[in-house]
Design a protein around this ligand. Structure first.
Ligand code: ADP
Length: 372
């Protein structure tokens, strides 16, 4: 294993990224529950969705449009597939980035069958003109197809059969109000508790015909960052270890050894996460330090640090974001086994996030933070 920060980060990105890699989408598919009853956790969303679907089935109509929001890897695609499966309806899958022109959307909408479920992933990344077309389609089941160009162009209204749109987004806040308002049901998915991830792991192990001990399931769940996709991915790495170096059984020793190979610690932090925290504390005295400066210090792109490492570190209370830059928290120092410099005063999370009010006696003065 190389110590080059770039390749270290690449490993991290593959193993603990919540997004699926291309080949993983196939594996994900095999492990996806098909019924709401098999979908682990997310009790509130599950119950509400079950009501929406049962009511639609009883009425014999297409259910309201459904918006699912939440971080990657928590089950939005899986739920969209479950909706179609439960309704016994065909499913069409597309995504915001694939819809760059209104015409792209018109082509999809005009070919929908009655009752079809249209899954639009990353709906916040759809082009603006398409958004407006979607409003009308969602509300009036109609699409205006523009024929011709320039002053001679005419809009021909085309009636659509009733369909159900399932939109998914990692950024609900980026959706324009009028679009959000057209969804009859909105469900927000949250990170999973370790016990729920253990259930996901047990289910996956069964589907893959693996022998997974309870201790190993707990160990993997604890390192999965609250994300089923990561649980399933770590499970496969533990399987590799158990089959190649162990007895074939996925037990605690196999789980620990495999996760050590990939440098995933007991809290689910990987090398990149630890490099960020080490740099923050050792090189910048706990901050505040700007994102770009911090990224340079760990040899990564600012965007990678911001999207891959930070959300988890902030959630774990290991990193604070302030208007002046990133700062260490008492938990950061403790996690690294370091002592905070004299004068490091942490006042906890304020209304606008974590705040650090006094840092007199810090090792170094705050850097200007143009990039936070
Ligand atoms: P998202 O669309 O939110 O990125 P996915 O629906 O693709 O996430 O889920 C990623 C993987 O995690 C899939 O393989 C799926 O089987 C698994 N998964 C997600 N949520 C659950 C759940 N609640 N129960 C069981 N498996 C789940």
């Amino acid at each position: 294993m190389s110590d080059d920060p770039r390749s270290m980060a690449d490993e991290s990105l593959q193993l603990l990224a919540a997004e699926a890699s291309a080949d993983e989408q196939v594996i994900d598919g095999a492990l996806r529950p098909q019924l709401l009853a098999d979908f682990v956790g997310q009790q509130v969303v599950r119950e509400q969705l079950s009501l929406v679907l049962d009511a639609a089935k009883a009425r014999g109509t297409a259910p309201d449009h459904i918006l699912l929001s939440g971080p990657p890897g928590l089950g939005k695609t899986t739920l969209a597939m479950i909706v179609a499966h439960e309704l016994n309806a065909p499913l069409r899958v597309t995504s915001g980035p694939a819809i760059q022109h209104a015409g792209d959307l018109a082509a999809v909408l005009s070919s929908l069958a009655e009752g079809e479920v249209l899954f639009l992933d990353e709906i916040h990344r759809m082009a603006r003109p398409a958004e407006e077309m979607l409003y009308v389609a969602m509300e009036d089941f109609r699409v205006d197809v523009v024929v011709g160009k320039g002053p001679g162009a005419t809009a021909i209204p085309l009636d659509l059969p009733p369909f159900t749109l399932v939109g998914a987004t990692t950024r609900a806040g980026m959706l324009p109000g009028p679009l959000r308002d057209r969804f009859g049901f909105t469900g927000h998915l949250d990170f999973y508790a370790p016990a729920e991830l253990e259930r996901v792991l047990r289910r996956s192990a069964e589907l893959l015909s693996l022998e997974l001990t309870a201790e190993a399931a707990a160990e993997i769940a604890g390192r999965s960052r609250g994300t089923p996709r990561i649980s399933n991915r770590l499970l496969r790495r533990v399987r590799d270890w158990a089959q190649v170096r162990g007895s074939g059984v996925l037990d605690l020793a196999a789980a620990r050894a495999a996760l050590e190979v990939y440098a995933v610690d007991e809290r689910g932090l990987d090398r990149l996460d630890r490099s960020v925290l080490e740099a923050l504390c050792r090189r910048f005295g706990g901050g505040p330090v700007g994102l770009s400066t911090l990224a340079v210090a760990v040899g990564e792109e600012p965007e990678t640090v911001e999207t891959v490492s930070e959300p988890f570190l902030v959630r774990e209370g290991l990193l604070g974001r302030t208007p002046r830059g990133r700062i260490a928290t008492p938990a950061t120092w403790e996690h690294l086994g370091l002592t905070a410099p004299a004068g490091f005063v942490w006042t906890g999370a304020g209304a606008g996030g974590s705040t650090l009010t006094s840092r007199s006696g810090m090792v170094q003065d705050p850097l200007p933070d143009p990039d936070t």
